[in-house]
Design a protein around this ligand. Sequence first.
Ligand SMILES: Cc1ncc(COP(=O)(O)O)c(C=O)c1O
Length: 357
Amino acid sequence: MNRIHFLNQLATSECPYNFGAGVPPLDQYPAFDPGYFYRVFLEEFPNKPVLHYHQSEGCLGEISQRVFQKDGFSEAKGGIITNGVQESITVAALLFKNACVACTDPYYPGFVDAVKMTGNKPFFIDGEHWLESLESLNPGSLFYLSADFANPTGKRLSLSEREQLVEIARRWDFYIFDDATYRPFFLDTPLPSLVSLAPERVFHALSFSKLLSPGLRIAMTHVPDKFLAAFTALKANISLNSSGFTQAIVGGWLLQNGLSLSAHLKEFKGTMMRKKQFLQNQGIEFEGGFFAIMEIKGRILDFEWCSKLLEMEGVAVCPMNLFSDTSSFNHKIRIAVAKTSVKNLEEGFMKMHKFVL
Ligand SMILES: Cc1ncc(COP(=O)(O)O)c(C=O)c1O
């Protein structure tokens, strides 16, 4: 079974303790009526060509600018609309197909597979000393990461790491793609985005898949001025436009929600705080987002181990080595904690402990 097949299967699995799939818990968000938000948008922007082909940038330029500004990126201009962050990643991979393209290990497979698809070979940065290792990048390279709650590690960069990263990027003249898919899922206060620190160096891709619905296939990307024309042309070559229908739905939803990406997540985050407390009691770090890492020393936690755990205890998890080409993460698993209830998380952990013993 390949990686995509395995992850797709987990996404739709009905197993009682599904900590494998990083799917958003839509049932825990406020009710979402797409038709209503579509009409809200058209009342505000009656002349937007949502039923037609339209400019490749999309129909949400003005709204995306205000969304980025509200998130602390004061110099924001309008973003480019894509079919999810995945299309934005693909466009960036094509844009840099003749350059060095790097990411940390373990990696987000959607990025690495897109880079390989362009005929390029991703360069893996050592996870532990990643900031120092970036100094080996050639000028004009692209470094992909998620500054906020990465998939699969769940890690968030500290303020000091953010400042050092943009300083190193300026000094060594490389660019950054910040995949901000999980940025709205902070549990304390948000840290400044990389793009707000260096708009001329950072692609900032914001997805509506996790915070609203993956079925919309809408994301907004801030693209540095230097790459704007080329990025837009590639987007047009891949898919012409993103759907005007779903852009209008996202636009109407944003207008109704005061352009906030996280105000509607208040109740959900209350539950996540309880999960955070439970995870911390288990000795597992968790700051926000959807993922945490669990390590069991002395055990090889591979596909086979995870399949047995699923078969015997009904607990689904992902082996961390699914997200690496090395065997460095053989003792770790990725636990997706957003969708499960607190009770199921506690029960699932008891079952895992029993299985390990
Ligand atoms: C880090 C990361 N980036 C991008 C995506 C895909 O986002 P989208 O649905 O916006 O294409 C995912 C989905 O799991 C993800 O985890």
